[in-house]
Ligand binder design. Structure first.
Ligand SMILES: Nc1ncnc2c1ncn2[C@@H]1O[C@H](COP(=O)(O)OP(=O)(O)O)[C@@H](O)[C@H]1O
Ligand SMILES: C[C@@](O)(CCOP(=O)(O)O)CC(=O)O
Length: 461
């Protein structure tokens, strides 16, 4: 048994944050060991952690985005099952499958969550609660201090932008920080040491992803952890994936459109799984073709002659996006609302569109041609609005997991003279909408990075 003592009672409140992502090439095929290219986006989740006084030995979740509030008594949780010598994991373990006995031990504690809510809401609550408890019991101990975990995200949920991976990274990072198993982040940290910390968080974020959607490839949590853009491939699930950062990922002119048609990643992934079982040869060929598309795209993007401002360069990448979308459509994961986006963009002739993420609804990305006439873009945008789509402006390739320890920020207010503004739970909960969250605690202030937030940086070659 570890002699490590849990953090002192009343340790300061702190925050962690992780980005969402877009998959530019290779969703679904990545689940079958093929390569994918994904990039972090500026939309992020923020988790605030408060340690309670010694007298309160409870752990509470407050996840207002999904309207979930729940408290468990730490002493009543199934520690014996998770700490059985055959089951006990360490903070650096590589867990690639969920344990059915442990899931069964959790079940009564999951069943007590939101008993009076409709089934579709309970399903969402159960996923998030299972992810949290599985990590809490795997990593923690009955001596863990009472805590309150408050989470808010600016990423639309179930829209294909990796909301689940982003919250998974926040949960894993916060627990590992509380256990003092991570060093840094600090500005002078050697790149290799930073990489180890990120890898540690990523392993447990993957476990949380398994709780939320069953059979994840790990690409979403990897990008949410390390940020920037990567070529990701996992050929052997018992080993860590191969992750190649794309340091010079170009500033592609992308239009991100949310169909507002919610989907379930678990459902779409299972649908492809079923098709693959029924038509293994055909689906195998499609998955191989998707791999070739990703490879061709990474070669193009990494080529020295690639210029994101030049039509010829963009056209080649755009054509690959069109092919990738066609292949995804043939697997049955598009949706009429996604096809409508394509129709509208193609009608104006201003770019190349594909679905991003699991499909079945969710978001699409359009690579815009250079010098698109303003009027054409305006016509398109008003059509989107009229038909209930939401357009996002976002930048690709931002920072990965970040830490604000303690939860104090300089906000250009009087408090800055006394060291900054303390972010307490009420302040965080009362921030208005996603803009309010960004204004209050966002990792980016008006211009660039905000003082206080720190990141593990695995810098360029
Ligand atoms: N802000 C949030 N608060 C609580 N749980 C969340 C939040 N965002 C995502 N989740 C969890 O992740 C699930 C969505 O995951 P998924 O279907 O993979 O969609 P996405 O494409 O957005 O990752 C939700 O059902 C919920 O369990
Ligand atoms: C379909 C898939 O490739 C991406 C899913 O992304 P999202 O959950 O829709 O953001 C699944 C996975 O990689 O785990």
């Amino acid at each position: 048994m570890s002699l490590r003592r849990p953090s002192a009672p009343m340790a300061p409140a702190f925050m962690v944050s992780a980005p969402g992502k877009v998959i530019v090439f290779g969703e679904h095929s990545v689940v079958y060991g093929k390569a994918a290219i994904a990039a972090a986006i500026a939309l992020r989740s923020y988790l605030h952690v408060t340690t309670l006084s010694k007298s309160k030995h409870t752990v509470s979740l407050r996840f207002p985005d999904i309207d979930l509030t729940h408290t468990w008594d730490i002493d009543n949780l199934p520690w014996a099952a998770f700490h059985h010598p055959d089951k006990k994991k360490s903070y650096y373990s590589l867990v690639t499958e969920l344990d059915n006995d442990l899931l069964a031990a959790l079940q009564p504690h999951i069943d007590e969550v939101s008993p009076d809510r409709p089934e579709e809401i309970r399903k969402v609550h159960r996923s998030s609660a299972t992810a949290f408890l599985y990590l809490f019991l795997s990593l923690g101990s009955p001596r863990f201090p009472g805590c309150l975990y408050t989470l808010r995200s600016t990423i639309p949920i179930s829209a294909g932008l990796g909301s689940s991976a982003s919250i998974s990274v926040c949960l894993a990072a916060s627990l590992l920080l509380q256990l003092r198993t991570l060093s840094g982040p600090h500005p002078d940290q050697p790149s290799e040491e930073a990489r180890i910390q990120i890898e540690r968080i990523n392993r447990w974020a993957f476990v949380s992803e398994m709780c939320i959607h069953g059979n994840p490839s790990g690409v979403d949590n990897t990008v949410a952890c390390q940020g920037k853009a990567v070529v990701f491939q996992r050929t052997d699930y018992s080993k860590p994936p191969s992750v190649r950062p794309l340091w010079d990922f170009p500033e592609l002119p992308l239009l991100l459109v949310d169909t507002k048609q919610a989907k379930s990643t678990a459902h779409e992934v299972a649908k492809v799984g079923k098709l693959n079982k029924t038509h293994p040869k055909l689906v195998g060929t499609i998955l191989d073709a998707m791999h070739n598309v990703t490879e061709a795209a990474s070669e193009l993007i990494e080529d020295k002659s690639f210029d994101p401002k030049e039509e010829e360069s963009l056209r080649k990448v755009g054509e690959l996006m069109t092919i990738n979308h066609g292949l995804l459509n043939s697997l049955g994961v598009s949706h009429p609302r996604l096809e409508r986006v394509r129709e509208l963009v193609d009608h104006e002739g201003i770019g190349w569109t594909k679905l991003t993420g699991a499909g079945g609804g969710g978001c699409s990305i359009t690579l815009l041609k250079p010098d698109v006439p303003k009027e054409k873009l305006a016509t398109l945008e008003s059509r989107f609005e009229a038909e209930g789509y939401q357009k996002f402006g976002t930048t690709l390739g931002g920072d990965g997991v970040g830490v604000l320890w303690p939860a104090v920020l300089k906000n250009g207010l009087d408090e800055d003279d006394e060291g900054g503004m303390e972010i307490d739970v009420d302040l965080f909960l009362n921030a208005k909408g996603t803009e309010g969250v960004e204004q209050l605690v966002g990792v980016h202030g008006d211009g660039g990075e905000r003082e206080g937030w720190k990141f593990w940086r695995v810098e360029s070659e």
